[in-house]
Write a protein that binds this ligand. Structure first.
Ligand code: HEC
Ligand code: HEC
Length: 115
């Protein structure tokens, strides 16, 4: 529980009714229960049950996770080589994520460029 609080950057009362830990009245507690199941399933299905993904992996100390970067994968990194429709989508993505949301946006062709 200490670990969950720290991962989300919240106090126990964010999820629990003070002095009544077993009560399920608070919505974040219900969400957290689903998140625990999701995290468990992620590790089970992708990492042989090793705890590779934890609350912190997505939450980074925030109750509402922040999107840090967006990587669009395409056959080519050169905008001029893309089909018109793909090029438009890429430009829209760039404007939406980088312009409006301030998220780091890049087109990549290889997984090794994902950093
Ligand atoms: C992000 C939400 C969240 C935070 C923050 C949190 N808890 Fe919990 N806690 C849960 C959930 C969900 C369960 C129930 C787990 C289950 O159903 O298996 C739980 C269960 C418990 C229980 C057992 C009672 C029960 O409902 O099964 C205790 C005691 C408890 N938490 C104490 C704490 C303490 C102390 C803190 C602060 C250090 C804390 N929790 C912070 C979500 C949270
Ligand atoms: C794979 C990424 C991911 C992991 C792992 C993850 N979460 Fe989340 N969590 C999210 C996203 C995305 C949201 C926001 C959902 C939304 O916008 O409604 C969220 C929302 C929540 C909320 C609601 C916050 C609020 O302000 O209402 C709680 C509580 C929460 N997560 C708890 C947890 C706990 C506890 C764990 C670890 C057991 C966990 N999460 C693991 C992605 C993740």
């Amino acid at each position: 529980m200490q670990f969950i609080s720290a991962s989300l950057g919240v106090e126990c009362e964010f999820c629990h009714v003070q002095g009544k830990f077993e009560a399920d009245d608070k919505r974040p507690k219900q969400t957290a229960r689903k998140m625990i199941a999701m995290t468990f399933a992620l590790n089970k299905e992708n990492f042989d049950g090793h705890r590779e993904v934890a609350c912190y992996s997505c939450h980074h100390g925030k109750n509402m996770p922040v999107l840090y970067l967006v990587r669009e994968t395409k056959g080519t990194g050169r905008l001029s080589d893309l089909r018109p429709q793909e090029r438009r989508k890429t430009l829209c993505g760039k404007r939406h994520f980088e312009g409006a949301l301030g998220v780091d946006y890049r087109v990549v062709t290889l997984a090794s460029e994902l950093r």
